[in-house]
Design a protein around this ligand. Sequence first.
Ligand code: GTR
Length: 344
Amino acid sequence: MNRPAAAPGPSSAPHPFAPVSRRVLLGAALAAPALVAGPARAQTVSLRSADIHPDGYPTVEAVKYLARLAEERSGGKLRIQVFHSHQLGEEKDTIEQTRFGVIDMNRINLGALNNLVPETIVPALPFLFPSTERMFSVLDGPVGDDIKKGFESHGMVGLAFYDSGARSFYNRGRPIRTPADMRGMKIRVQQSDMWLAIMRALGANATPLPFGEVYSALQTGVIDGAENNWPSYQTSRHFEVAKFYSLTEHSMSPEVLVMSKRAWDRLSPDNREILRAAAKESQPYMHRLWAEKDAEARRTVEAGGAQVNGVDKEAFVAAMGPVYEQFTRNARVKALVERVRAAG
Ligand code: GTR
């Protein structure tokens, strides 16, 4: 059974904790009721999904595809609207809103969850996987299921992992070839302690910032550089203001689609089944979109003036000892890293 007509939708759940950020309040005020009123359409469920990326980005398109499948298979009763381009706020804010049920679904990078859900550190650990194929073969099995289970005690349900390629450093000043080249550089990182540790290990100064603030921070010289995959480097236009892209490929931290546990708990078993299946099917769809976008983004930034260089990868790998030492002190992280390594 879907929610009764009189019940408030997941988007209108009151925020239980104070103080709340201005953005959370704004999100709550804008939240649309999840049920369309009126007896004829009483069973219709409307869900809002957040993404910071622009329309057309593979993550946005993957969730729109999932939405089309869900709508078709529910006979139009399960509707998902994707709010792209930061419309619902930066990742950190949208995660809070998702946990409290103000936002129903959220496509984010696992890095944004590192401090909240320790299991999410594992796929983001530098140089853990030799390739994204290997990472997905592990994430598609029991290790991925255990990482997703980690979300539940934090008010979220994991629906799908999506491609995010490999992340590399880029900066305004010069090619980076060894960790020594990064000494003293101010590098923007995701708001995660693991990323602070990576920068410390490389002798750089970490500057945690929301993604949406990176372009102007690069432009004004508040930071020297950042790190990301080709599609994000391109669509954010960071390549215009930080043209040296150095192929460290240090992390493969994937994207993830989560659902607010409050919204999930209110869905009927049929709708849950529809959503789970559609989320699963959206993964290979996204994989194809990603492969195309990855290649196209690289071509576009190079044509736009980005200077790409290779690095001494061994030197970067060798510098990561302290990061592993610090983060595998957590027994759950340690056990998952061992399982990843045992998988070959
Ligand atoms: C991108 C990712 C975003 C966001 C961003 C960042 O690769 O798709 O969700 O996490 O990186 O660095 O903040």
